[in-house]
Design a protein around this ligand. Sequence first.
Ligand code: FES
Ligand SMILES: [Fe+2]
Length: 371
Amino acid sequence: MPLSTSTETGVPIQGPTATLLYDDWYPALRADTLRKGKLATAMLLDLPLALGRREDGRVFAMRDSCPHRGIPLSYGWFDGQRVTCRYHGWEFEPCSGQCALIPSLTGHDRIDATRIYATAFPCEERDGYAWVYIPSPGSGRKDGSAERRRPVPELARFGPRYHTAHLAAGLPCNVDHGIIGLMDPAHGPFVHQAWWWRSRASIREKTKRFEPISEGFRMSSHAPSANSAPYKLLGVYGQPVETTIDFVLPNRRTEIIRCGDKWFSSLTTVTPVTGSTCRIDVVAAWNVFYHVPLVTPIAKFFGAKFVRQDQVTMIQQAEGLRHNPSLMLIDDADKPAKWYFALKQARLEAAATGAQPKHPMDGPVELHWRS
Ligand code: FES
Ligand SMILES: [Fe+2]
């Protein structure tokens, strides 16, 4: 799916920027694009990255900038062990960023190359993504702080046998709009109209219970909406269907559907590429309809259609946002969006003061809307 960040006339769409949350993990790219001996590039939180896979299989992410004169390291060479800058040939160990060689040095020089570091970020492979930990600007090298890092996000699985799929879509709006679009319950009947999902006419009043969880909130376990077709399919198992949806900072929505020993699990993230653009990634695993042929291509087809509907809407929204309109959040349908902004604010304040972040919810809440 192409990332559309310009209108048909080629005018770049660029709306307002969002404040970014650092000190957390973000998916940079699919790890299978990292081949031994090759460098790939990605942009995360306005940071250009050079990523690769060492000969021993370990993935790495460096700032795509040589500490000597700033040329992107991705223009250089990578032999599976060291990244070599194409300008003066400095060599770096890519996981630590440590400089291993400065070819121009002679016996007359006193400089110790190994005391020089290119910026390398913690990088871990999970669920097929290379996740990169982006510390706050100016917080120094990664060493020594591994215990203080939040854990690498991971898709929940409930058994050893499952199908899996993933998809991605670029959004030309900032991460806040991407996230509140993701948690917005009221757009469903309008944006996701389809015979196989739901129609505008199927709109009905819903009551959902939410509870606070650490740095997020949970739509408490409930029987899914009677007006969505995929859930109806689960009726074939003749077991009660329960679904739980969590949102957790900085950008994660997890949805778990369980029906006896059958399950579906997804992790959706909205990652800031720059201050004003983002990308949505969805990875899912399931054992429902495990033996039905073609279930993975069918799920991918419908999943991609669904995300494409959101993407098209946000491309249109970005056109409007370019002109900095004033916006509204209304009760109750926009309450999750309000919680998101409050949680984010609380994290930013806590990062500045060192205090515990204050949760915007006092306890469980019931929200009502029509969708
Ligand atoms: S700019 Fe990279 S070695 Fe000089
Ligand atoms: Fe949507």
